[in-house]
Each structure stands twice: as C-alpha cells, then as structure tokens.
Design a protein around this ligand. Structure first.
Ligand SMILES: [Zn+2]
Length: 257
C-alpha cells in the first residue's frame, strides 16, 4: 500500500567546497524556516570542472556539519564526480557514469577513500547517491561491505530492498504534487536559479508537514522486495524519462542547427 497523503524528501546534489555559494546558500533559509531534514549528497574529492565554479568555501565543511547536526542525512555522492565509464548502469538514465562497469578493486578503493574523506571532516555518511545514477551490482556489494546499506535512487514509489541495499526512491527534479507514495525531489543548486527557490517555497507553504527525513523513512516503512506493481511502474517511469531526455536533446540540436 502506498502511504497517503504523499510524503516528500528533499535532496541537494553536487555539494562540494567549490559549488556556487550564491546559488546553494539561497536554499538555506528554507531549510531553517521549514525545519527540513534533507539528504545532502556530498562529493568527497570533486575533480569535475563543471562543479568548480568558485574558490573553495572555507565554511563549506562547517556548514555540512551544522546541517547534519540539525537532522540532514549526509550521502556519499560518488568519489571525484568524473564520469568516464560508458558501461551500463542498473538505472539506464545516462550514458556515462563514474562507477558502473568499473573494476571491483577500484570501486572499493574509491568508496573507501570517499568515506574516509567525509569521516575525516567529522561527518557521518549514511547513504549512497551515485553521480548520474550510475552504478552496478558490484557497487552495491562494495557499499554493503563498507557498511552503507541505504541509497537514494530508482523510480519506485516506496523504499524497496534490492541487492541487500534499501533503495529510497528519487523521482522528481522539481516540486510536484502527488496524492500518495514517497517522493524525493532532487535539486542541483549549481544549475538552478532563483525561480526554483521561489517554487520550492510555494510548495513548502502548502506541504511542509508532508516532508520527512531519511531517519523517519527507515523507521516507518516496512522495506521489502519490489512488488510486481512497482516494477512495472518503475519500468514505465524509466521509459518516460528516456523519452523526455531524447526530446530535450532533439529540441536542443534542432535549435542549434
Ligand atoms: Zn552529481
């Protein structure tokens, strides 16, 4: 049974010391005002040039610690965010990724080192968020062995267990009203403007009481293997995502041409 009314989780991606402080810090008053407990997907050792848009913020790690203290869940967001593998991911949403198809020993080393960096900053990484949704069964085994048994990804409408890991679904990239189920809204602060802050505020004014946390999700949901119904739902949602991405890129190339 899908819970009614819908519950929402908020996730911020690509957090690292060189993120645009202007864009990212616009969301902080909302976190404060509505007492949100978001997932913070932190890149341990960012080398992605697209995410090096400012000088390293000397307050970045302090801010992460203080948000975690107030209930946010820290997620390991890959290792260096360099997506150089073309191998297939368990979630076929993007062509390239950092982890899918990478040899086990390398994945083990990246995850071990990534966790060590975050823990060295006195953070407690609790879950996994893959750059570009890219990971494979090997990643899941490596995460389990490293003691990380929860991830945020997939298009189901309730948390499910797969490969010995609890998958908390992530299906939205902007606020959207839903009647039932659990929905994670993922925001990339580096690439959204003030309109997203305003949109999120309007949504929160209406739905703040429906926002939950990773702790509550893990305590309140009876996580089991994915039902046939959710498998069909996820299949259709994945196909819809691919079609809309294809349309967007076709639109861009015809405009460019
Ligand atoms: Zn990312």
């Amino acid at each position: 049974m899908l819970p009614r009314p819908a519950q929402y989780l908020l996730r911020f991606d690509d957090l690292c010391p060189t993120i645009s402080p202007r864009r990212w810090k616009r969301f902080l008053p909302l976190i404060e005002e509505f007492r949100l407990k978001p997932i913070l997907a932190v890149i341990p050792d960012n080398r992605d040039l697209k995410l090096q848009v400012s000088r390293p913020d000397p307050e970045f790690w302090d801010l992460m610690r203080s948000l975690e203290f107030r209930g946010a869940a820290i997620a390991l967001h890959g290792y260096q965010h360099l997506c150089q593998s073309w191998e297939a991911s368990l979630l076929p949403l993007h062509r390239r990724s950092e982890f899918a198809g990478v040899p086990e020993a390398t994945q083990r080393e990246w995850i071990r080192h990534g966790l060590e960096i975050l823990r060295g900053q006195n953070l407690t990484p609790r879950l996994w968020v893959a750059p570009r949704h890219g990971f494979d069964w090997t990643t899941l085994a490596v995460l389990r062995n490293a003691g990380i048994t929860v991830l945020s990804d997939g298009f189901a409408r309730v948390p499910v267990s797969r490969g010995g890991i609890t998958w908390i679904p992530q299906q939205l990239w902007s606020p959207m009203e839903k009647s039932k189920g659990l929905w994670t809204i993922c925001i990339h602060p580096n690439s959204v403007g003030r309109e997203m802050v305003d949109e999120l505020r309007r949504f929160l004014v209406k739905h703040a009481a429906q926002f939950t946390s990773v702790d509550r999700v893990l305590a309140e949901f009876d996580v089991s293997r994915m039902s046939m119904r959710e498998q069909v739902y996820e299949h259709v949602a994945t196909w819809r995502f691919q079609v809309s991405r294809f349309r967007r890129s076709a639109g861009r190339s015809s405009r460019a041409g």
